[in-house]
Design a protein around this ligand. Structure first.
Ligand code: GAL
Length: 411
């Protein structure tokens, strides 16, 4: 009898443990990129203490590695319960068109998300009235970072246009700064290219590229490639071996003067390196892009066939909540996607980004999934690699145009 009771008790424990559930969250926010996500998970755990959270990360900036692993999981029939994807074409052009995602529009209604996210952002994550992911933030891509004390010591100011940048670069080289600009691995070079293009063609020109109104072979685009080549001549020679964090480090230690990176760099400077905005690090809109906010948003979706669907839905609720967003974003360097966020929780950098988000012209980032079909984006890295090696502007422009035609962007 006693034995039977013990067995029954043991069984009850196992059943309740499995009823308590699990949740696998898949993202590329590991290591230095982890603290903001951990703050969100902390909120989730406080709400759902019996759920075991598997924080499954695949490291690698911009998700270059995570996206490849995700593909094998999705195609192999073992999707994570919820995964990170950029708002826009990155998710819509892949797992949504392949019919692998759940429509979240009823969740948006029940949680009131349809009222608190900006209309344009909801448009970016929707097709035919269906909503495909919950955005946790808004990041800005077109930011140039510098070390204020070092710029002062070198006697240079922040260049306002790309031609001015190239002049400042010569000045710095003459002062013995071997690499006035620091860049990292391939995707960070594409990231820089994006700012050079927008700073040269203007926000409207950038939009025209993605709507097919302007061809990549347009002389203005070819000219912008040439400018990009001159900008790259200011950069370090060991770029391909550097992560974005290692590139950021060279601003802090004064090896290089400038770095163009998204504002996760602000998260890195403040959360990881404990630097204060304005003194520990400085920022400006990338040359030629003042009054333009190049946006991207990290979001999470719900794949069809998620093993722990109920837990994943609760995760999405936390992600989209005001408390969740205002815990995550001050650590991440981004601003909340929600319009009702409490700005008193954010630092000076983020407050300035929030003000610009309201007043600037908004365009989408290419590299971070917002504006172009994934078939274009995933192939574009090779165009940049080849251009950086050859500096052949007309060739790169023609190659990009071919990709644009194949992706259905241009005729
Ligand atoms: C972006 C992402 C950011 C940050 C960055 C560097 O694509 O949206 O949240 O993680 O990559 O890895």
């Amino acid at each position: 009898m006693k034995k039977a009771l013990l067995i029954a008790a043991a069984l009850a424990v196992t059943t309740s443990a499995s009823a308590a559930g699990k949740l696998e969250i898949f993202s590329w926010w590991s290591g230095d990129e982890g603290p903001a996500l951990e703050a969100l998970i902390k909120i989730y755990k406080a709400k759902y203490p019996s759920v075991t959270v598997d924080n499954a990360t695949v490291s690698g900036g911009a998700g270059t590695n995570a996206k490849a692993v995700l593909k094998t999981r999705m195609l192999g029939g073992t999707p994570p319960d919820s995964f990170q994807a950029h708002a826009g074409q990155e998710l819509i052009g892949t797992w949504v068109v392949a019919n692998r995602m759940e429509d979240l529009s009823s969740l948006f209604k029940s949680e009131g998300f349809d009222k608190v996210f900006p209309k344009d952002l909801i448009k970016l994550i929707s097709t035919n009235g269906k909503i495909w992911s919950v955005p946790v933030n808004v990041h800005r891509s077109n930011v140039m970072w510098y070390n204020p004390a070092k710029l002062k010591a070198w006697g240079v100011t922040v260049p306002k246009t790309w031609p001015e940048f190239i002049k400042t670069c010569s000045t710095l080289k003459a002062k013995g700064v071997a690499a006035p600009l620091v860049v990292g691995e391939n995707w960070t070079q594409q990231h820089l290219w994006e700012s050079v293009m927008i700073g040269t063609l203007g926000a409207q020109g950038w939009e025209n590229l993605w709507s097919g109104k302007m061809k990549f072979t347009d002389p203005k685009v070819v000219g912008a490639f040439t400018t990009f080549g001159k900008v790259m001549d200011c950069a370090n020679k060991d770029a391909s071996g550097l992560s974005w964090q290692q590139a950021s480090d060279r601003i802090i230690d004064g090896t290089s003067a400038f770095n163009v990176m998204g504002d996760w760099a602000a998260g890195y400077f403040t959360t990881t390196k404990k630097l204060a905005p304005n003194t520990g690090f400085g920022w400006a809109a990338a040359p030629g892009t003042t009054k333009t906010f190049v946006m991207l948003a990290d979001s999470f979706g719900l794949p069809k066939g998620a093993k722990d669907r109920a837990e994943a839905v609760n995760w999405l609720k936390v992600l989209g909540s005001k408390a969740g967003q205002d815990a995550f974003n001050p650590l991440k360097g981004s601003i909340a996607a929600r319009t009702d966020s409490d700005l008193s929780k954010y630092n000076t950098y983020s407050k300035s980004a929030a003000a610009d988000w309201k007043s600037n012209k908004i365009v989408g980032s290419l590299v971070h999934g917002a504006v172009a079909p994934e078939s274009f984006t995933s192939a574009f890295g090779a165009v940049i690699d080849q251009f950086v090696a050859s500096k052949n502007s007309a060739g790169a422009a023609a190659a990009a145009q071919q990709l644009a035609v194949r992706a259905g962007i241009s005729k």
